[in-house]
Design a binder for this molecule. Structure first.
Ligand SMILES: [Zn+2]
Length: 339
């Protein structure tokens, strides 16, 4: 038995909310008739859907006998407009049901609209950003779904799909409610909360550089390096045959020098691979021409970073070695060389 199913549906540019006849469909009959799945993401089909359940259709040769009811159906389609396979949405807490016929549409095989799957609305979603199916195939020539209309998948596959879609949505201006729904689906099937492990390109560079300098330089050498920084130094540097932003080198070096500790509370976050995490804050912001230099960077834990950015901040004094700062009424004297 499997509780993850990948099902093929015919392409529908309306997002499966209206019947659509695709002149470019692979099947002769489909070029003249709408697929019954063309309403799979219309959530309020009259006389069919109700407050709790949405109903849809998949054109399979035989229903998937080994599908465990309550499982997740992931929809694959061949987008005939871009001629690419896409993962376009999911039905959660879904059941395979006996085909039932409802209102009349000019549809495949018979002209009464048919349904053969049912799912819970709060676990079903059309992906705001479709995923490219090629990312989930070993070879691009491979067929994602066989002719029979579906294939069984495992939970690892579902996790990748849901995770990747959440990742896509994290960076895009999509509805909060869509994001919430998808994180609920993720949590329900994968058994853990979706946590965004987003590292920006800069953070990735800093991580690599920190690893490199930890191995190759002493703290004294790093401090020398940092003190010798010139505003005229080039923006890019080559380390270990790879090009990096010089600013990322500087920040990585400052993190090593100050032991990856929050300079307000002393916290270090240890990641599961054993490396350490801390954030770099600019005292004078970049847009005010603040530079990546020892005297303009302080290291903070995520909490203090937010307090530093959003809180009431008064700088009492600031020179190349120390900053004396009052943050939300609390005074801190912070060493700007070795931390
Ligand atoms: Zn802190």
């Amino acid at each position: 038995m499997s509780n993850i199913l990948l099902a093929n549906i015919t392409w529908n540019p309306t997002g499966w909310r209206n019947t659509y006849i695709n002149p470019r469909a692979g099947h002769g009959y489909a070029r003249q008739n709408a697929g019954h799945e063309s309403l799979n993401f219309k959530f309020d089909k009259q006389g069919i859907d109700n407050e709790k359940f949405i109903h849809g259709f998949v054109q399979w040769t035989n229903p998937p006998k080994n599908f465990q009811n309550g499982g997740l159906i992931i929809f694959y389609t061949r987008n005939t407009e871009v001629n690419k396979g896409q993962i376009v949405g999911v039905y959660g807490k879904s059941h395979i049901i006996e085909p039932q016929k409802h209102f009349i549409v000019i549809g495949f095989q018979n002209n009464r609209y048919s349904i053969n799957i049912r799912a819970e609305k709060r676990f079903s979603i059309l992906f705001p950003i479709p995923l490219s199916a090629d990312n989930y195939k070993a070879k691009s020539s491979e067929r994602m779904v066989p002719q029979v209309g579906f294939t069984y998948k495992d939970i690892r596959f579902a996790e990748r799909i849901l995770y990747d879609e959440l990742l896509e949505l994290s960076g895009a201006g999509v509805l909060q409610s869509d994001f919430k729904k998808l994180s609920d689906i993720y949590e329900y099937y994968i058994g853990k909360k979706f946590i965004l492990q987003f590292l920006s390109q800069d953070e990735k560079e800093q991580e690599e550089l920190a690893k490199y300098y930890k191995r190759t330089k002493t703290k004294e050498e790093i401090l020398e390096d940092l003190k010798n920084l010139q505003p005229t130094d080039s923006e890019e540097i080559v380390v270990n045959q790879k090009t990096y932003k010089r600013d990322n080198k500087t920040i990585a070096q400052i993190k090593i020098l100050r032991d990856f500790k929050c300079q307000i509370c002393g916290t270090t976050i240890v990641k599961k691979d054993g490396s350490k995490y801390v954030e770099a804050a600019h005292i004078k912001a970049k847009h005010q021409k603040g530079r990546e230099t020892l005297d303009n960077i302080i290291l903070l834990c995520p909490n203090h970073h937010k307090e530093f950015d959003l809180g009431d901040r008064i700088i009492k004094s600031h020179d190349s070695n120390f900053i004396d700062i009052i943050l939300n009424g609390q005074e801190y004297k912070i060493n700007l060389t070795t931390g």
